[in-house]
Design a protein around this ligand. Structure first.
Ligand SMILES: Cc1cc2nc3c(=O)[nH]c(=O)nc-3n(C[C@H](O)[C@H](O)[C@H](O)COP(=O)(O)OP(=O)(O)OC[C@H]3O[C@@H](n4cnc5c(N)ncnc54)[C@H](O)[C@@H]3O)c2cc1C
Length: 453
């Protein structure tokens, strides 16, 4: 074992946008943070494969509270966080297509209390927004003007860069394969990237800290198992995306009824289209990099892993959008799939584990992890340092720290590497780090406190 002697207050397992945000908030509040990421590229399984939409119309009450609480951060990030705008106007046009009638009123109602409420638009306006639509393919349309594009990479890198600038450490190629608590500290053993333990320079290393934050995305239940915590019932689901170029206008061919040719559109015009979807969420199409990102909105349960797109889902992504437009796609620029991981009630799992001291969760962010990351990371940081969550996020309180935590049996004696006497003695979440930092913070958000030097 290569004992690096690297120590700190917090070990964060997982360098996707959730772990990066948590690390950013904790490090900026003056804590010593080490983030361990299994892969060479942090967030490669979900964060780096998203559709990059920030939508306050999405999700249940808790998700919306987190999204709303994240908006100001993304709209005006702290100085030095990034030098590009993170949000850009987009809008979403949700169609009532045959068979989706029941969803329209529900979508309108749930979009009514967004800061920029969803409004029904007629077919003329819908075609102004997206001229490629076929008027006979939908009966009604709902426009959600407040949805934004988000620069995911800039946000993710901003968190990681800020974490390092605040004195934190990011270690990539470090998969946590064992967690044990001894002498009041967590000991994390890591192996190199990939499924197998490596030899040589990528042999096992050990890191220690007072507290562990589980931000391992699709692997979060597995990491919880290493710590002796009960799983949160997280299910990773595969979502497919393809990038398809829209045929350009002209080509020297007439188009229209009887010609056999379909109209094309200039990339600059396509870039201004809203995301187009249906109210039942069976597909979406979103302008992206001069082309369209198409998805069949699939959610196939899969084990955690490096998922690849299924051919059928790729075909559905194209077919479902072609069915509501005059477009015909020829070839695809790219195709990929990524993981959206949620607990059964689709509410993120954030906060200290009730049964394992010094072990916390920031997981189960489903299809909302990008848009909720600033507030989710801030909430985690407050909860693990003994602060009070802001009123806007009290909707999450019943779920903090775990779904059904109240019904969990006491976690002692333990059958895990965790010291059982310690579990029984301590109040959940009252790790030394939590106790020592309660006095130091207690402000919301924790990042507003100047960092310790
Ligand atoms: C196609 C698609 C479209 C999406 N669109 C949107 C969208 O428009 N808007 C939105 O808000 N969200 C969207 N999402 C969801 C969003 O991408 C996720 O919610 C978010 O990326 C989750 O972030 P995370 O940090 O929890 O997980 P990840 O990004 O998966 O990060 C977890 C990290 O933990 C690491 N890890 C796992 N096990 C270990 C271990 N043992 N040791 C060390 N490291 C470990 C993994 O390698 C990984 O890098 C989309 C997702 C997909 C797939």
């Amino acid at each position: 074992m290569n004992r690096t002697g690297e120590t700190g207050e917090f070990l964060i397992v997982g360098g996707g946008i959730a772990g990066a945000s948590a690390g950013w908030h904790l490090a900026r509040a003056g804590h010593r943070v080490t983030l361990l990421e299994a892969e060479r590229t942090p967030g490669v399984h979900s964060t780096g494969r998203s559709s990059a939409l920030f939508s306050e119309y999405f999700g249940n009450t808790a998700v919306r509270a987190l999204t709303r609480a994240s908006r100001d951060f993304y709209a005006a990030p702290p100085p030095g966080f990034t030098d590009v705008a993170l949000l850009a106007p987009r809008g979403v046009l949700a169609l009532e297509t045959p068979g989706t009638e029941a969803g329209f009123e529900e979508a309108r109602e749930s979009g009514a209390d967004a800061p920029e409420p969803a409004v029904e638009v007629d077919a003329v306006r819908a075609l102004e927004l997206c001229p490629a639509l076929r008027p006979d393919a939908f009966r009604r349309a709902l426009y959600k003007p407040g949805a934004r594009d988000i620069d995911v990479d800039a946000a993710h890198q901003g968190f990681l860069r800020g974490l390092r600038a605040a004195g934190g450490t990011v270690v990539t190629g470090a998969r946590v394969v064992a967690l044990a608590r001894r002498g009041g500290r967590w000991h994390a053993t890591t192996a190199g990237p990939g499924p197998a333990r490596r030899e040589g320079p990528e042999a096992a290393r050990e890191f220690t800290a007072e507290a562990v934050v589980n931000a391992a995305g699709a692997w979060a239940d597995q990491v919880a198992g290493l710590a002796g915590a009960r799983p949160a019932g997280l299910v990773p689901r595969r979502r497919t995306a393809v990038l398809a170029a829209v045929p350009p206008p002209g080509n020297g061919q007439a188009h229209g009824p009887g010609t056999g040719h379909r109209p094309g559109y200039a990339a600059a015009d396509v870039a201004r289209w809203p995301m187009v979807t249906d109210v039942a969420d069976t597909f979406y199409a979103k302008p992206e990099s001069g082309a369209l990102l198409l998805s069949p909105a699939d959610a196939t349960p899969v084990p955690p892993g490096d998922v690849r797109p299924d051919d059928l889902d790729v075909a559905l992504a194209v077919e479902r959008f072609e069915a509501v437009t005059t477009l015909k796609f020829h070839g695809l620029r790219a195709r990929w799939a990524g993981l959206r991981t949620s607990p059964p009630d689709d509410t993120p799992v954030i906060g200290p584990d009730p049964g394992v001291p010094g072990f916390s969760w920031l997981a189960g962010l489903g299809g909302y992890g990008i848009q909720t990351a600033p507030a989710a990371g801030a909430l985690l940081a407050v909860l693990v340092t003994g602060g009070e969550p802001p009123p806007a996020l009290t909707a999450l309180a019943p779920r903090t720290p775990l779904p059904g935590a109240a019904e969990l049996p006491p976690h002692c004696p333990t059958q895990t590497p965790v010291e059982s006497s310690e579990i029984c003695r301590k109040r959940p979440g009252s790790s030394p780090a939590a106790e020592s930092t309660t006095a130091r913070t207690g402000r919301w958000p924790p990042s507003s406190r100047s960092r310790r030097t």
